[in-house]
Design a protein around this ligand. Structure first.
Ligand code: MTE
Length: 310
């Protein structure tokens, strides 16, 4: 994400061979799996036990370990290294926590977080998590569906977008004394994206409350978008008419857009998005359009050119 090339992105992720290698890997993986599945169906129809699907193990979506999810993070308020948030985020105090609601909404105000969420059903959702830096994880989140909170707050007809602000407090978030990013961290969604049933406000993972480094006590999770859309440690929710300018877009408009939909066909200006390194895996895997959630979300963008939605 850094403007200078981050040291954790291996040069192999950024090479010119990206197009043909990744395309070939994609076709190979898809082909092997399709052939194996077809063969298995034929075998099963003949009453024989199916052979294991070659390559399926390498591309399985098993949850990433708790340790990796909580020690390999992006949270620039605590440093730019992947292990900085786990080391430094102990200065964040996630309770008591209040959230300000403002803009075109019937129930604006400053809410205690527990009051704000009280009575909203908690859901468990294991989602793929794809960082724009071409690494990925699988995270078992728990939290609420954002649509339930939106319904509780009753936005007006001028609320076309929803904007999220992270805490701004230099005593709790020391890196905010530097100007590596415009602070506070801001993210936003179009209202239909925010109301989509896949969109969560997470309060925990692996059945435990969120650790500070993962965005305690409240963070956004939008699984078909690059991870930077998932603003952490949210203190303000605004219902607005204009499309918000998110922090990464402000910092580098040529590299980061508003929609940030995962799209293997559109490279980041400095590296390929065709493949990704699943944390804990040896082999890279193909990146899926909309991070594998196209069936559920592609219709939100009907008529829009998916190549412009980065
Ligand atoms: N939220 C805040 N407040 N600050 C950040 O630096 N980084 C984003 C996003 N949310 C970030 C943030 C990026 S770039 C990613 S990939 C995800 O958080 C990483 O989430 P994780 O560390 O829980 O995997």
């Amino acid at each position: 994400m850094l403007i200078r090339r981050p040291p954790d992105i291996p040069t192999s992720e950024i090479t010119e061979e990206r197009h043909y290698v990744s395309r070939r890997a994609w076709l190979a993986a898809a082909g092997v799996t399709a052939v194996a599945i077809t063969a298995n169906r034929v075998m099963a129809a003949r009453g024989k036990s199916p052979a294991p699907v070659v390559g399926a193990e390498a591309f399985a979506d098993d949850p990433t370990s708790f340790k990796d999810i909580t020690t390999y993070n992006n949270f620039y308020e605590f440093g730019t290294g992947k292990d900085d948030p786990a080391k430094n985020a102990h200065t964040l105090r996630p309770r008591p926590w209040s959230v300000v609601v403002e803009g075109d909404v019937k129930k604006p105000g400053r809410y205690d977080l527990d009051d704000l969420l009280k009575g909203i059903p908690v859901v468990d959702r294991t989602y793929r998590h794809r960082c724009v830096e071409a690494w990925s994880m699988v995270i078992p989140w728990n939290g609420i569906q954002l649509k339930d909170l939106i319904n509780r707050l009753e936005p007006g007809t001028k609320a076309k977008y929803i904007e999220f602000h992270t805490l701004y407090d230099t005593t709790q978030m020391p890196m905010q004394r530097t100007n590596i990013m415009p602070w506070p961290y801001v993210e936003g969604l179009r209202m239909d994206e925010a109301r989509h049933p896949l969109t969560l406000l997470a309060t925990g993972l692996y059945g435990k409350s969120l650790l500070n480094q993962n965005g305690a006590p409240l963070r956004l999770v939008v699984p078909w978008k690059y991870g930077f859309k998932g603003g952490k440690s949210i203190v303000k929710i605004r219902f607005v008419e204009e499309q918000p300018r998110n922090s990464w877009q402000l910092l580098a408009p040529d590299e980061y857009g508003f929609f940030a939909n995962v799209n293997p066909a559109v490279d980041h200006p400095r590296w390929s998005q065709a493949r990704e390194r699943r944390i804990g895996d040896f082999l890279k895997r193909p990146t899926l359009p909309f991070n594998g959630y196209a069936d559920q979300v592609a219709s939100l963008y009907a008529g829009m050119d998916p190549r412009t939605l980065y």
